[in-house]
Unconditional design. Structure first.
Length: 243
């Protein structure tokens, strides 16, 4: 609609997508402001509705999987809480890197995880993955439910656990450890919204690596219903609010 002073390379009316979490949020509105350096151009063929699912969840998946030591073909990757937004990107991304992917969620989402490309699936109500004998090169956990020591025992000697979300009593101490030492093997993904990673995500979409997975589309008036759906733990992919 409008550009701030000194902004170049853009014109009013350009189709863009952006993660506004670094700009005091505000995306659930008809008009919002954001820093131009965090924008990316919306490619032809990707609707605004589908694009709304991409910036934060996609960037978290990308940055979590690529934090530090890159995934190598044959690496074993486990993604916990996989059938939500981040997991819907992380499974196909990890598969494209050549990883063997294990997905963890509830029994009603096992087939969905397989559809997205998971090689193995676990029902968290029946199997506690941190108590298994399996060892993983990367654990991407969207719903941290355990202290850090539980993750260490399921990692390979050079493995890492990347925490996206979960119970604050476990996430906050892990965040402090992460800030003090970025190389700690159990760490929080320090989300960094930026145009470079958005551009990489969009190239992945163009190459067919992933497809936005929409759980449902809600009007602004239905916003509380969308958040309740997310909070229920039954969401499959991303819930999108349209204006």
């Amino acid at each position: 609609v409008a550009l701030g002073e000194g902004v170049s390379g853009w014109q009013p009316g350009d189709r863009v997508l952006a993660d506004l979490s670094a700009d005091h949020w505000g995306g659930l509105a008809e008009f919002a402001t954001g820093k131009a350096e965090s924008w990316a151009r919306l490619p032809e063929g990707l609707s605004f509705e589908a694009a709304a699912a991409v910036p934060q969840a996609g960037t978290l998946a990308l940055q979590g999987l690529e934090d530090g030591k890159l995934i190598q073909p044959g690496d074993r990757v486990l993604i916990n809480g996989v059938a939500g937004g981040v997991g819907s990107f992380a499974i196909p991304m990890a598969k494209a890197m050549g990883a063997h992917v294990t997905g963890v969620d509830n029994a009603g989402k096992l087939d969905l995880m397989r559809q997205w490309g998971a090689d193995e699936v676990l029902d968290y109500r029946k199997t506690e993955y941190t108590a298994q004998d399996e060892r993983y090169d990367v654990v991407l956990d969207n719903v941290m439910q355990h202290p850090r020591r539980n993750y260490r025992r399921v990692l390979t000697p050079t493995g890492r656990a990347e925490i996206v979300g979960g119970k604050m009593k476990y996430v906050m101490p892990t965040l402090f450890k992460t800030i003090l030492n970025r190389k700690t093997p159990v760490r929080v993904v320090l989300h960094n919204p930026n145009a470079t990673d958005l551009g990489r995500l969009l190239r992945q979409w163009q190459d067919g690596v992933w497809t936005p997975q929409l759980d449902g589309s809600y009007s602004l008036e239905e916003g509380p219903k969308a958040f309740a759906r997310i909070g229920s733990g039954e969401v499959r992919g991303k819930a999108v609010v349209t204006l």
